[in-house]
Structures are given as C-alpha cells and as structure tokens.
Design a protein around this ligand. Structure first.
Ligand code: DGL
Length: 262
C-alpha cells in the first residue's frame, strides 16, 4: 500500500456513486476503486451477520487490489457493522450515516423526517445517533422498502418511482416535517424528485459532501494523499451482472469507463 494506491468504496449498488463522485471532485489525482455488491442487493432487508460477511468480503477484495482506505458508501452497512469491520482491518474505514445532526440544526419547526432502508432505521447505532443529536427535535422515521431496488433500475422519473416516493414522502409532510434526511445513498439519485414532491418549504439534507470531506481529512492525517497532479483512474467492479452494471456506470459516471466483474 502506497500513496498512489486507490481509495476503495462500496455499496450494495449504485447508491455510493454519489459519494464516489464527491471524492473524485475533491481528489482528482486519486485512483478510485468502486464495488457494487449488486448480487447481494438490497442490503436494506438483510441481517447484520450477513452484512458483516459481505462487508468483509468486499473489503478484502479492495485490499487485495491495494486499497489504502475503504469508504463504506452505504448507510445500512455503516449503521449495521462498521465498528466490527474497523476491528478487522488496519486501514482507515470511513462510513456514512443519516445526517441527524445537520438536520436538527437547520430545522425551524423542530420536526425532521428520515427516509432510509428498514435495516438502517432499526440499528442500535441509528437509534444512538438519533438520541445523541436530536434532543429537542422530533424525528419521524420513514422506512422505504423497494426504493433502492427501484433506483437500481435507473428509471428515476417513471410512474412507479414517483408513486413510491409519494408513498414515503406524504406521511412526513402530513407530520409537518420541515427537513428531510436522505438516509440511504441511493436516494441521492432522485433528490431532485424528493425536493419537488416535498415542496419548497422542506430542506433536503444529505451527507455525501461531509463524507468526502472526511475522506480528505483522514487521508491527510494519515499522510496517504496521492502526490502529484496526474489524473486518477476509476475502476468499477460488480458482483452482479456486468452488462447491467456497465449501463449504470455509463449513465451515471461516464462512457468508456473501466467496468469489471468480481
Ligand atoms: N445505498 C444503501 C444505503 O445507503 C443501501 C440500499 C440497499 O441496498 O437497500 O443504505
């Protein structure tokens, strides 16, 4: 492992690309290795033990390709088992959690909503996060089964996507939230629709920029930032179907990218 080694990121699918994009923008000279564990998606309805198994397997793959740091670009995996993953591997491991703290700070009415996978909302670490940062604020939880899988299909503006979004956003609006946290990285791909459906009085909070900033801070602190001004290489790997993944990457990242199967 050297400074020119890659930053590894993973998610159950394309959700974490929103974080990879911010990392790429902030650190143009870094090599990026992104894994979509699509064969085992969605993560949001899986047991903690299964998630830890998958997180370990993907982390080992990333380390076998020389990754110098690992970003768990998935709220479900982070809240479920990042503490255990950190005990297993000696590299910096950075995660993403629903942005309760920034949402609580920006809420005027004191009622905030969280859209996330059913898995994230029932973890101890999410409950702890909510207790730690949301005193004096009411949190309305909205699990969103099927939404990440629907986003994987890339049919962002389809009737089915809009119907699912309405089903999950309407209860929050009825409960008078003025802030909605996107607690799943997949939802960043439809944040424009969520903002539109929630209306102009609702602030949408996501955490990709905060996570990318944390990656910069950790690599700086560990002396692991890439030296020089060369342009970093991006590699995309999937445990799922290569052709579908290539199509996703070409639509969401750029044509002609390096796409491989695990
Ligand atoms: N993108 C993920 C998250 O942030 C997981 C979605 C899923 O696979 O259920 O939670």
């Amino acid at each position: 492992m050297t400074n020119s080694s890659a930053i590894g990121l993973f998610d159950s699918g394309i959700g974490g690309l929103s974080i990879a994009r911010k990392v790429r923008d902030l650190l143009p000279s870094e090599n990026i290795l992104y894994v979509a564990d699509s064969l085992h998606a969605p993560y949001g309805d899986k047991a903690d033990s299964f998630l830890l198994e998958r997180m370990s397997a993907v982390t080992e793959f990333l380390l076998s390709r020389g990754a110098k740091a690992v970003v768990v670009a998935c709220n479900t995996a982070t809240t479920s088992a990042i503490a255990k993953l950190r005990c297993q591997y000696p590299v910096p491991i950075i995660g993403v959690e629903p942005g309760i703290k920034p949402a609580a700070l920006c809420s005027r009415t004191g009622v905030i909503g969280v859209l996330a996978t059913p898995g994230t909302l029932k973890t101890h670490s999410f409950v702890n996060l909510a207790e730690r940062y949301a005193s004096g604020v009411k949190i309305e939880l909205q699990p969103c089964p099927d939404l990440a899988a629907q986003i994987e299909s890339l049919s962002f503006d389809s009737d089915r996507t809009i119907a699912l979004l309405k089903r999950y956003i309407s209860p929050l609006i009825e409960k008078k939230v003025d802030t909605i946290i996107l607690g799943c990285t997949h939802y960043n791909h439809v944040s424009h629709l969520i903002a539109e459906l929630a209306g102009p009085d609702v602030t949408i909070v996501n955490t990709e920029t905060a996570v990318a900033n944390q990656v910069v801070r950790r690599l700086t602190a560990e002396g692991l930032l890439a030296a020089g001004n060369h342009v970093g290489r991006d590699e995309f790997w999937t445990s799922g179907v290569l052709d579908s993944y290539r199509n996703q990457i070409e639509k969401l990242w750029g044509p002609g990218e390096n796409v491989f199967q695990l």
